[in-house]
Write a protein that binds this ligand. Structure first.
Ligand code: SAM
Length: 264
């Protein structure tokens, strides 16, 4: 009997109907499938019934031994590649996988936001279906005007269609987490890579958004006052038809991109 380890964010999904709903949400395409944190392999098992090949990254060596045994046939047939390592180490600065892939996972919550941001930046990753803390799913999928619309919503909205698919109660896991979870789906637009010229520009855009949302209740123009001159900001806001009293959550992502480019 393997005990869940808190340090690896282990809450095993026990509700078969939720596993099935995640599988049903998968895009119908030829992309490879990558899973982060297969755990006891319940989701992996269903993925293997559906997909030709799956690559899974698991940090916990005890679980890895269990998975090697459970999926010995699939590993031998090369239907499953099991990478026993920290996925963040494997990711490094480039792509997690050499071919186009869809990411499916019940993510460890302690690094979920970081992993979604890495997958959004990874050009090989075409779609992301992940179970995360509900709060994180809301942040990534909020729309302009929502109080919860944030820098994360804009990053997701700029390059993908973002949807919170459904909530998942704590009772569906073993051990049950203290929070509600939700399944988030981000389907990247085709040609989204053309939005930025380089990784440097993406990083600059992220810093720009950090300044824009520094004090979410203050006006956007006041927040951006940290990084640009007031007279330049007033001119750009007027040119783009942005009301000077707008708060950060009221501006759509397209206008954030225009402001960013014009102020650079
Ligand atoms: N997929 C399983 C399920 O749905 O029951 C387990 C999900 S559990 C929330 C998260 C899994 O991610 C655990 O198996 C944990 O060991 C693994 N994990 C945590 N940190 C990781 C990391 N940095 N790299 C790879 N796997 C990691």
């Amino acid at each position: 009997m393997i005990k869940a380890k808190k340090k690896f964010g282990q809450n095993f999904l026990k509700d078969e109907s939720i596993v099935q709903k995640i599988i049903q949400a998968m895009p119908n395409d030829d992309n490879m499938v990558v899973e982060i944190g297969p755990g006891l392999g319940d989701l992996t098992k269903k993925l293997l019934l559906q997909c030709e090949e799956v690559t899974a990254f698991e940090i916990d060596l005890e679980l890895c031994e269990y998975l090697k045994d459970k999926f010995s046939d699939e590993i031998e047939k090369k239907q499953l590649e099991l990478v026993c390592d920290d996925v963040l180490k494997q990711w490094g600065e480039s792509s997690l996988y050499a071919e186009k892939y869809n990411l499916i996972a019940n993510l460890p919550y302690y690094i979920a936001t970081n992993l979604i941001l890495k997958a959004l930046d990874d050009n090989k990753c075409q779609s992301i279906i992940v179970m995360v803390q509900k709060e994180v799913a809301v942040k990534f999928s909020s729309k302009v005007g929502d109080r919860t619309y944030s820098a994360l919503s804009i990053l997701a909205d700029s390059i993908s269609e973002a949807e919170l698919l459904f909530d998942v109660g704590a009772e569906c896991f073993d051990p049950p987490p203290k929070i509600t979870s939700a399944v988030l789906k981000l389907s990247k637009f085709t040609n989204y890579e053309n939005l930025f010229e380089s990784q440097k520009e993406i990083d600059q855009f992220k810093s720009f958004l950090k300044a824009a949302f520094a004090a979410p209740r203050k006006t956007l123009i006041k927040n951006l006052g940290q990084i640009a001159k007031k007279e330049d900001l007033i001119k750009e806001f007027e040119d783009l038809g942005i009301p000077l009293n707008f708060r950060p959550h009221q501006l759509e992502s397209e206008k954030y991109h225009l402001l960013f480019k014009n102020l650079k």
